[in-house]
Design a protein around this ligand. Structure first.
Ligand SMILES: C[S@@+](CC[C@H](N)C(=O)[O-])C[C@H]1O[C@@H](n2cnc3c(N)ncnc32)[C@H](O)[C@@H]1O
Length: 443
């Protein structure tokens, strides 16, 4: 293996995994947010750490609760644009010891430097955990590089995806995932999980109308629903691409997280499911009697005050999202006793305050998810999402109730209600909208 230029850079801890940052990359802040300035190949975006944490949690959940493959069976995983392999290294390091031997990992990227960096990181810090046995590889012009049972390939992601048989695919490109979507779906087994990141949020929120229309066929409206729209627009595009291949999707988790959208869906081969895709696609029409309604076929007048088309079905899976608790995140991805001490001896600069910040960020990455899971798993037609700051306009009281007080009052009235995970104060509930207004007026 070639030592990559700039190696070893600086040590950093993400989750319970020691990573090497390029020397030119500044030490991540305590609360990294947004699209950090890319400083060249091998750059690690610390703001994506919570998304990688949820990725570890989701795969751990599939392994422990047997919802993807039969108990004990292996799962073939491809990180199609893996860069320096941090997600793969986190899976290797942080998935439950009991199951790690079932996870057959492949990382792919076009960038030679990033792959060298990934290999060097693995070799410098082997997890020492059981490796999966993998079936003999089909003949290839270029043999994959292998470390700790993980294969690394340097191909266009579409070529890697089309090699096929993947039961878990991660798509994390710069910008839009659309150029890779068809190949990803084509390369999936009859049943698999597809995780897709999109960082072109201007297109998905409607703030860049032309690119939204061009890439996603989306007519947007920039208001308090722009984040939820972005998630639903990406889901609709995944669902429609899947339907073209006789596959149906079931969303497991879908979030707008600051500067990116990430959706995780189960994909299954099903002609009937694929044919029904349009039942779950529609428009969000802003209304006078309620904040919005989902409508399948809007009139021209309605499209003027609407955004769409978008996914109107459930956004999450109740059971899976319900297990994404702060306690679970901490137990899975924070270093076990004694680990940090060992890494400090290898040169990691990591104080108690770093550990405290990291634990806080870990919790933040899943905050409000488990509590909202049951409601986010309902059909969009059955729930209302409301930014609390919009409420006085509807109640006419001129007052904004405390979010938790409103949730408690709705619970007391027999409704489901929770805070939706967003930086802004959103409530999501199954209560009819007039009941929300009445409850708020009585507070
Ligand atoms: C956003 S980064 C991936 C970050 C990575 N998933 C992580 O969590 O650290 C996107 C990567 O896609 C790679 N890339 C861009 N176009 C590609 C293509 N057509 N095929 C394979 N890799 C590609 C880039 O080299 C880059 O490393």
């Amino acid at each position: 293996m070639q030592t990559p230029g700039g190696w070893p850079g600086n040590l950093w801890l993400e989750g319970a995994t020691l990573v090497h940052l390029p020397a030119e990359q500044p030490r991540p802040e305590a609360r990294p947010r947004g699209p950090a300035k890319r400083i060249g190949p091998g750059f690690l975006n610390p703001a994506m750490a919570p998304a990688r944490t949820r990725s570890v949690m989701l795969l751990a959940d599939a392994l422990e609760h047997d919802w993807l493959v039969p108990q004990g069976a292996p799962i073939r995983v491809l990180d199609a644009l893996c860069s320096t392999g941090v997600r793969i290294r986190r899976w290797r390091q942080e998935l439950p010891e009991h199951h790690i031997g079932r996870v057959v990992l492949t990382g792919n990227d076009l960038d030679a430097h990033a792959l060298d960096w990934a290999m060097a990181s693995f070799e410098a810090h082997p997890s020492g955990r059981p490796t999966a046995s993998r079936p003999e590889h089909r003949q290839r012009a270029v043999k994959p590089r292998e470390v700790e049972g993980v294969h690394f390939t340097q191909e266009d992601a579409r070529v890697a995806l089309l090699r096929g048989g993947w039961q878990w695919v991660d798509l994390d490109p710069f910008g839009s995932p659309m150029p890779f979507l068809d190949a990803a779906l084509q390369g999936m087994a009859r049943r698999g999980v597809l995780e897709v990141t999109a960082t072109d949020t201007a297109a998905l929120t409607g703030s860049s109308a032309a690119s939204g229309r061009r890439r996603y066929g989306f007519h947007g409206m920039v208001d308090h629903y722009a984040h939820d729209d972005a998630v639903r627009v990406l889901l609709a595009n995944v669902a429609l691409a899947a339907a073209r291949q006789d596959r149906e999707i079931t969303p497991l988790m879908a979030l707008f997280d600051g500067h990116h959208v990430r959706v995780s869906v189960m994909v299954r081969t099903s002609k009937n499911g694929a044919s029904a895709v349009h039942d779950r696609i529609g428009w969000r029409i802003r209304e006078h009697d309620v904040p919005y309604r989902f409508v399948q076929h809007p009139t021209p007048e309605e499209t003027e005050r609407g955004s769409g088309p978008m996914w109107t079905g459930p956004l999450w899976h109740a059971g899976i999202a319900g297990r994404m608790t702060e306690a679970r995140a901490l137990a899975l991805v924070r270093p076990k006793a004694g680990m940090v001490e060992g890494w400090r001896n290898q040169g990691l600069v990591w104080g108690d305050d770093d550990e405290e910040h990291a634990a806080r960020e870990t919790k933040r990455g899943v905050r409000h998810i488990a509590e909202a899971a049951g409601i986010m798993a309902m059909d969009g037609h059955a729930t209302t999402l409301l930014n609390l700051d919009d409420l006085p306009r509807w109640t006419g009281t001129g007052r904004t109730p405390r979010l938790q007080h409103l949730i408690d009052a709705l619970h007391a009235a027999g409704h489901a209600a929770a805070r939706a995970p967003d930086l802004n104060p959103f409530i999501v509930t199954d209560a009819p909208f007039d009941a929300v207004v009445q409850t708020a007026q009585q507070m």
